[in-house]
Design a protein. Structure first.
Length: 261
């Protein structure tokens, strides 16, 4: 089922309970976009809120991102959190164990070469190398979006081990078969996520796989922004709105914990 921005309600504060498994996208959800992916800023107070939620949920909180896990750790500084990087290509469990899907190194090297050649022909287009996947960003030069839209599928067609993942002013080439839904499913098969009610927040087309997965598992999906169509069942308007909502969730959970003591 898809919905327009007008038909999606705001998620209630009680959507997250002590029995929730909470999954959070980074860019466009927790973090406002920046022209340079390395220029994002963690808003004041966010880490305190997320640390509290992580503790109340007994560690059942995970970042699920197109970024590499090393990049997430550099931004948030929380290597104890579970995380899925590069759309699930790499995954860190809540106990610190890491899992990485194998990639054909020779094919990846040839793909990198092609992608860098495209960027050289379009001054201002950025290449983001994520170790096992590679992306072209044109947020600073949106006039190149149409050309990337034409060129990127042609490149992807020459590399059968990879597939094209469009995003917000970005075209990413990632190993075939990996997506955020598969990453969330893997988390839900293991403690402390196993048996919990999944809630997922994301803003981009890449998050739709996870929306579908949590909906199928009886959970709740929350779209950030106004992108349509979407299979999400709730919406928040912006990263700032996400921060405010998470603060309300934190207050509801901690007050409830205090009453139970």
């Amino acid at each position: 089922m898809t919905a327009t921005s007008e038909s999606l309600p705001r998620p209630p504060d009680h959507l997250v309970t002590p029995a929730t498994a909470l999954f959070l996208d980074a860019d466009g959800t927790l973090l406002a976009f920046a022209d340079d992916p390395e220029g994002v800023v963690v808003p004041e107070g966010m880490l305190d809120t997320l640390d509290t939620l992580h503790d109340v949920l007994d560690g059942a909180l995970a970042l699920v991102s197109g970024r590499a896990i090393a990049s997430l750790d550099g931004i948030f500084g929380r290597p104890r959190w579970a995380a899925a990087g590069q759309h699930g290509l790499e995954r860190r469990e809540a106990d610190g164990r890491t899992v990485t899907v194998p990639v054909d190194a020779a094919e990846l090297a040839h793909l990198r070469h092609e992608v860098h050649n495209v960027a050289l022909a379009m001054p201002g287009v950025r290449v983001e190398d994520k170790s096992w996947s590679v992306a072209l960003h044109c947020r600073e030069h949106p006039e190149y979006l149409g050309e990337l839209e034409r060129v990127a599928p042609a490149i992807a067609a020459r590399f059968p081990g990879f597939e094209l993942q469009p995003g917000s002013y970005v075209y990413e080439f990632k190993p075939r078969g990996m997506d955020k839904g598969a990453a969330v499913a893997a988390f839900l098969d293991a403690p402390p996520f196993q048996g919990r009610h999944p809630v997922y927040l994301g803003d981009d087309l890449t998050d739709e796989h996870a929306f579908a997965l949590v909906n199928d598992r009886g959970g709740a999906s929350v779209r950030v922004g106004a992108r349509t169509p979407s299979s999400a069942v709730f919406t928040l308007s912006s990263p700032g709105d996400v921060h405010a909502w998470l603060d309300s969730v934190k207050a509801a959970l901690t007050q409830g914990a205090a009453r139970r003591q």
